[in-house]
Structure formats: C-alpha cells, structure tokens
Design a protein around this ligand. Sequence first.
Ligand code: NAI
Length: 577
Amino acid sequence: MPLTEIVRRNTTRSVRFRGMDLLNNPALNKGTAFTEAERETFRLHGLLPPIVESLDEQCVRAYEAFSLKPNDLERHIYLRQLQDTNEVLFYRVLLDYIDEMLPVVYTPVVALGCQEFSHIYRRPRGLFISYPLRDSIPALLRNHPNPEVDVIVVTDGERILGIGDQGVGGLGIPIGKLALYTLIGGIHPARTLPIVLDVGTNNEDRLRDPEYLGWRHSRINGPDYDEFINAFVMAVKGVLPRTILQWEDFAGTHARPILNRYRDQLLTFNDDIQGTAAVALAAILAGIRIAGTSLREQQIVFFGAGAASMGVAEYLRGALIAEGLSAEEARSHIWMVNRGGLLHSGRTDLTPEQQLYAQPWSRVAGWLRPENDTIGLSEVIHKIHVTILIGLSTVANSFTEPMVREMARKVERPIIFPLSNPTDHTEAHPADLLRWTEGRALVATGSPFAPVSVGGRTIPVSQCNNVYIFPAVGLGVIASRPFPDSVGAARITDGMMIAAARKLAEHSPALKDPSAPLLPVLKEIRRVAIEIAFAVASEAQQSGVAPSLDSNSASLRSRILASQWSPAYPTYLPVSI
Ligand code: NAI
C-alpha cells in the first residue's frame, strides 16, 4: 500500500456499522463528537445528546470525571473503561495529561489492577489462553479480535512487577504495556493484542477467592509448562508470523530459557531482560557522561541477581567490551549481590548465568567476617570504589544511609538507581539519596517519584522505565517494513536494543542542563521515540536483519512518521453495501 494511502486512511475512514453498533465499538466510537452529517449518515440522531463537541471538549469532561475518582484503583478502572468505550478519547486524555496518567494506567497503579483483576473485570480485552485448552491454541489465536496484529504482549502472570504471582490477573500488564505502545510508539491500537497464558497460580489468596477468573489450579511447571509455551510459540508462528512477540513478567526461572529458545525463531524479545537492560544502559551512559568519566572507569554493583539484573549486566558487559576491554576485564567491573550475598566462585548455588558474574574467590575471600558466612552489600560498598549502584532486588530500603554516604565519600557523582517496582519495594527514596549525597547523586528509579528539593535546587527524578524503549523498538521494527503487512525485520537483536539505548542516552536532558532529569521528560517521549525507532530500524537494516529499503535517511524517517497512529477522529464515510 502506498504511503499516501496510509496517510489518507488516517483522515477518512470507511465504516460499515450504524447506530448502537457504532457507538458500542471503542475503536470507532466518537461519542458526542460525531458530526451532524455523520449522525445523519450512520443513524445516530436521537442516540446522542444534541450538542456536537470537539475532542478537546470531550477531554475536559473525561479529565474532570477522572479527577473526581476517590482513589488510584477507581482512577485505573475509569481509564480502562474509557479505553473500552472510546479509544481515541482515551489516548488523547493520556497524551494531554501524560505525567498524571502514566502511573495510573501503568506502574505503579497497574499492580493494584492486577491484584484486583477478578473484581474489577468488566469487558473482554485480549486473549486468555488457558492450560485446559492447550490442544486448541491455534484456534484460540485465530479468534484475535482485530484482523491484523503488529504486537503481542504476553505474560503468564507469575512475576507481576514486584508483587509476584497474580495468575490470570497478570493480563493487566499486557493491556497496560500495549496502551503504552500506542501512546508513545504510535502503534495502531487495533493492531495490538494482549495475551495471558493461564497456567494456574500458586497464589493462595487468588485460589481461595470465589471470584477468581482464572484456572483454579496450582501452576504447571517442568516439561508440561515447556510444552505449553512451545505450543503457544508455534501457534504464533503459524497464525501471526510477522507479529512482534514481547514476553512480560515471567519468573526468572522461565524468562531467560524462553528467550534463549525462541529469540532466533521469530520476532521476539523479553522486556524485563532486554527492555530493562536497554533503558538502564541508556541511563548509565547518560550518567557517566554527566559525571565526566568513562565506562571503563566504573565499578558497578547490582543488588539482586535475577532476570532483570542479568539483562542489564549483559548489556553493560557488551558495552565494556565494545570499549576495548577483554571479556575477563569487563566481568571484573561488575559485582552482584543476591540473597546469598556477593556472587563469587566459592558459591555452589549459582546458576550458569550467575556464575559468569562470580568474582574470583581469591579476590574477595578476605572480606568474609567471622560472624557471617556471606559477603553482604555493605561489605562490597566498603571494600571497593563503587561508582554505580543498581537495585533490582525488590527489597525496600536496602540502600541504607551508611552505604550511600560511604559511596559518596569516594565518588564525586555516585550513580544510584533503585529500580525495583512497585514504589513500596524501592531500595531507597530519591529524597534520601540526594540528601545523603548533598545533591551529588545521579538518581533514576523504577517507580515514579516527585521532584526533590535539595540545596536550593529542585531535581526531577527520572523513572528508568522500559517505556522509553519498547514502544520505540516496536515502531522501528514496524517501520522496517515497506508496507504495513509486508516482511520487515526478521528478528529483534541485542544490537537493535543497544542502538535504542545509545540513542536514548544522547537525548538525556541533563547533558545540556545539570538541573534537568537524566532521561527525557514524558512530554518529550513520543518525539524521542521517533529518534529511537530510527536508530533501531537503521541498525536492523545495517546488520542485515531487515531489508535494506532506504537509500537515504529521509525515506526511513517518513515511513516511521507515516506508521504512527495519533489519537484524532477521522471523518467517517459509509461503506456502500
Ligand atoms: P527476580 O525475582 O528474578 O530477582 C530478584 C533478585 O533479588 C534475586 O537475585 C534475589 O536473590 C534478590 N533478592 C531478593 N531478596 C533479597 C535480599 N533480601 N537480599 C539480597 N538479594 C535479594 O526479579 P527481577 O525480574 O530481576 O525483578 C527485580 C525487581 O526489579 C522487581 O521489583 C521488578 O519490579 C524490578 N524491575 C524493574 C524494572 C524497571 O524498568 N525499573 C524492569 C524489570 C524489573
């Protein structure tokens, strides 16, 4: 389809529904914004109040209704209902009030939405693929509600944010993530598909809840789980072969094996591993530039050695190697601490992946205190010159004042990222970090925090959230296709994710203004997404993952812009039957 046609379809649209069928279709409904002519053509007269409103006027009312809701859960429910009623208005409200809306539609409030999923359930959205129906997965997938799908986000609900197993309630996460694909990446909402793989739950509260909507069974695991996942992936390859498949909030034990098994088979990535890694790398690269140092001068400590930490460490190791360090030298800059203390070669409880980051026992043996049989975070911070401290542990307040002061004693601009979600799992509050370091720390968090006043300055706190990466990666992959339904990038590579990270780092506002945040403000995020998408698609073309379509950058850029959906009402034309 030529580009002009795509643009034209964004401004006028042929519609075959009439009357209540049109008003009940969230993708088409304009509510009070249907014009007189449309009301006439589509038999809407009498079904709507007589006043015709603009989208701006509708936004005012929607925001007023949102503001009247008494608590976060009610605000979340309101937005989900708006999404199920009028998608254009939903996305327009999200865009206009992005700072206020993002935490409600996504983290941290979506955690509540997942916990309460079975109680706040109203209308179907996405697909439930339940283990008892494992023999009909292709048929379930073929029931996807819209004809074309560019992006699937799938979860099995086992490790939702920092709140653990939510069973089928985990569907709130793919729904939220896909809303962000549209909001930020401009992916057409009708081309997204949230999926929950309902493999049971080990959450006793859910199993006991009479209203629980999922399969009331303990989680399947082992070969049964693997076979189920495999059947799902094969069905995606068969039914939706050109679709991006994003894995979200799987337990650490499953996340990496699934990624490794399928990353070379289809267009897939794991957001908790690769998305987190890319955004953290971007924030680190930005922080290092602001601190006026180089990557090879850093000693990086991870608190938590789970799926997310492993992903960040892998990209960091890659970046260190790209700076000329050997693999061994790169490893020596990375320290990891988990429940069993510092990862070192004397430990027998490490996974093969964790062993890669085990410090040689000979290097750390002397650090063991007689009263302890592990080397804790505090010891590590006292023994080495830590320049970067990253929390991906889910352990609230684990970055203590003595630890942070010790770090700040040795480093002019300590880079400290408490990344655990939701808010009450954060390893430290930004206000404390900045107070303990006299405002010198470069801070990014997992959950949103208000700006911090310190020493007469107000310092905005960046949320180091994958949202900076995945919608833009999706946009870049989609734009790597010559036409909407043709073949583009065949895989999502680490090279593409790292290209996204480097581009995001270049857009750090703090590079120009020391009082600005480390990562772009949300109001800028849609604009920055275009630049990141450009970097991703260029990398895909240069590395041969996508067809080389563009003789100049202008053609790629115009395809990216043309791929973006914006929340505006097209004019409807009747389909002549
Ligand atoms: P995980 O369960 O795979 O790993 C958690 C790690 O923390 C494990 O290594 C565990 O041993 C360690 N840990 C737990 N309790 C500890 C303790 N008391 N002392 C020392 N270590 C301890 O979880 P995953 O997927 O790595 O996620 C961790 C956190 O990161 C979650 O809160 C999640 O919400 C957050 N996260 C944040 C992202 C962001 O963009 N900001 C993205 C992905 C995850």
